[in-house]
Design a binder for this molecule. Sequence first.
Ligand code: DAH
Length: 342
Amino acid sequence: MKEKINQVMAQVEAFQSRAAGEIEEFRVRMLGKKGVVTGLMEEFRAAAPEVKRELGQRLNELKNKAMERVNELKAAAGGSGVQVEETEDMTRPGEGTAEATGSRHPISLVRNRIVDIFERMGYTVADGPEIEDDRHVFTALNFAPEHPARDMQDTFFVEKDPDVLLRTHTSSIQVRVMETTEPPIRVICPGRVFRNEAISYRAHCIFHQVEGLYVDEGVSFADLKQTLLHFAREMFGPETKIRLRPSYFPFTEPSGEVDVSCNLCGGKGCPVCKGTGWLEVMGCGMVDPNVLKECGIDPERYSGFAFGMGVERIAMLRYGVGDLRLYFENDVRFLHQFDAAI
Ligand code: DAH
């Protein structure tokens, strides 16, 4: 048996190859389940006790040598043994895949753009859960107990529990941020919202909103107006004008509705703006002192403004899409129209 081990050792030492296939074949022939070395190991078990010690040592040497040889040769062959041309562009799309390449959804494009504009003004993105409780969606936002927005007609409740519901607006994130953050606060909160509405070209039960919130000492309505004007010009072009109309929201006082000059007709009046020259884009206002108090912020010291806009609405105006349902059907013919959009 000693003789046999020496012979195999000589074979291992003499083996030469640069081809990955051959080296692998050698490995299997020596060290595989039915390999020569493995066979010797089996044979060793039956050897006489007085020679076991010496044979065992020699056999181990053989096994290690074989493994070492395989590894050395594999490394010399360059891993897989296949040479990659250095000029190959590994980032190029594969053949025939160009038509299947996806693109950003128009809602994502618009949301990203809104977020970018506010990030440049020093806002950071805040997030919150889609499944909420009554406090964060309504109570802390100063909704009276009998407010119609809590109604089954509008709100999706989870398993009929009145305290587990799908958020109807992203204003719930305002509450979460104010509860946990010391002013100054400057956040932008994009997210999906849910309302129990019949689906039509102008309404959907799922849509997207972006909420904004700024709380600090001495924040005024003038700050709000200038911020919104800057946003409108970045979003719809430098000539854009805005106007504010008085409105009502439980969580802001005073509250306003923001219109931008129609970017399709330049304010002259067209079918999209229904001849008025103005398009309604969002709600806004000064955070109601009750809301600040409810969230643990001293309304004597701090003031703030908030605003909320529908992403679908902005996308509709930016891309001239008249039917909301198109955004949810995932028809690639529709989506491909936005391949080059920004
Ligand atoms: N949450 C309102 C809605 O869903 C939008 C809104 C209006 C948000 C005024 C605000 C705001 O933060 O100040 O219709």
